[in-house]
Design a protein around this ligand. Structure first.
Ligand SMILES: Cc1cc2nc3c(=O)[nH]c(=O)nc-3n(C[C@H](O)[C@H](O)[C@H](O)COP(=O)(O)OP(=O)(O)OC[C@H]3O[C@@H](n4cnc5c(N)ncnc54)[C@H](O)[C@@H]3O)c2cc1C
Length: 297
């Protein structure tokens, strides 16, 4: 079969691409995934993802995120699903750390509304937290959350309705460039395309290595803690993040679904210290990977 575009990988990136391509009339598109998304084996799962305009990584991301807000709203209209919830977000770092300083820098450059909160102010406005005096809060009223599984499902449903060939459990095993187009091989057949979009997340390691780009997959472990007693309504209604380091390398073909209990214990200690009135119980754990450019390259 011949297509204009072939999309390989249908997590957050590939499914959103399929959504946008579905809106283009006359384009023949094939979208493939090695599993059946949304699934729990890549990076796009776990119930929630934060969206915020500012970025502690680099101010250049702010215009991109602004465009993402617009695109999510367009997707909501097209799919009839509520995807983005603006909750406001509190991001807690330390006075001498870079997390809040860099967020503030990007907000100042791009004129994003924010407030800097003292530890006392964090305790007053977000009573679930009891940060010590070294903490500093960055409150962003425009921050919010998206449900990754709902978003992927909504994008893929829309893509199918728009005439895109969506195929699951069909991994791209080989691809090559030939005469201005691409040939893609899977266990079920061979497809030709004008363009190939690779959106294989942490599986990109092998794919990109073949064209000379080296990436590393970094393992990020999530823990879900059930607070006891349950948080008050005021603290439930905000997105939050506490800056903590995470690191580790991972082989995405053999992801461990369980983190070591040492990691869970250390996080529980941290949460309990930040919120001493609560007892916490780890209710679930999940290890996922995300790809990023290898720091040594
Ligand atoms: C723990 C954690 C927390 C995060 N928090 C946030 C957050 O709060 N806010 C935010 O914006 N971002 C966050 N991110 C980042 C965000 O989740 C990822 O950037 C995003 O999910 C990546 O999506 P993806 O499509 O690139 O990869 P994936 O979701 O991993 O999708 C890749 C897909 O490719 C498929 N695939 C792989 N190989 C092949 C092949 N050969 N052929 C066909 N298909 C293939 C896989 O089955 C998979 O479905 C977080 C990430 C993690 C891990």
């Amino acid at each position: 079969m011949t297509y204009d575009v072939i999309v390989a990988g249908l997590g957050a990136m590939g499914s959103a691409t399929a959504f946008h391509l579905a809106g283009r009339k006359g384009l023949r598109v094939l979208a493939l995934d090695r599993h059946h998304p949304p699934h729990t084996l890549g990076s796009t799962h776990g119930g929630t993802r934060i969206i915020r305009e500012t970025s502690f990584e680099h101010p250049r991301y702010v215009p991109l995120v602004r465009r993402a807000y617009e695109c999510w709203r367009r997707m909501e209209v097209a799919t009839g699903k509520r995807l983005l919830r603006v909750t406001g977000g509190v991001f807690i770092g330390t006075r001498h750390g870079t997390f809040v300083a860099k967020s503030k820098e990007s907000a100042d450059i791009h004129k994003v509304p924010y407030e800097i909160l003292s530890p006392a102010e964090i305790r007053r406005r977000f009573p679930a937290f009891r940060p010590d005096e070294s903490a500093v809060g960055f409150y962003e009223p425009g921050a919010g959350v998206l449900g990754p599984e709902t978003c992927v499902q909504a994008c893929l449903d829309y893509a199918k309705r728009g005439g895109i060939d969506v195929k699951f459990d069909e991994p791209v095993t080989r691809w090559s460039v030939k005469g201005g187009g691409v040939t893609v091989t899977t266990p079920r057949g061979t497809y030709s395309g004008g363009k190939l979009l690779l959106a294989a997340g942490p599986w990109m390691l092998d794919t990109l290595q073949s064209v000379g780009v080296r990436v590393a997959a970094e393992r990020i472990v999530m823990h879900w803690f059930a607070p006891s007693p349950p948080p008050r309504a005021t603290s439930r209604s905000s997105t939050w993040r506490v800056a903590r380091s995470h690191c580790g390398s991972s082989d995405p073909t053999r992801p461990s679904r369980h983190s070591r209990s040492r990691t869970a214990r250390s996080r529980r200690r941290f949460i309990t210290a930040a919120s001493p009135r609560r007892r916490t119980r780890c209710v679930a754990t999940s290890a996922r990977t995300r790809s990023r450019r290898c720091a040594q390259c």
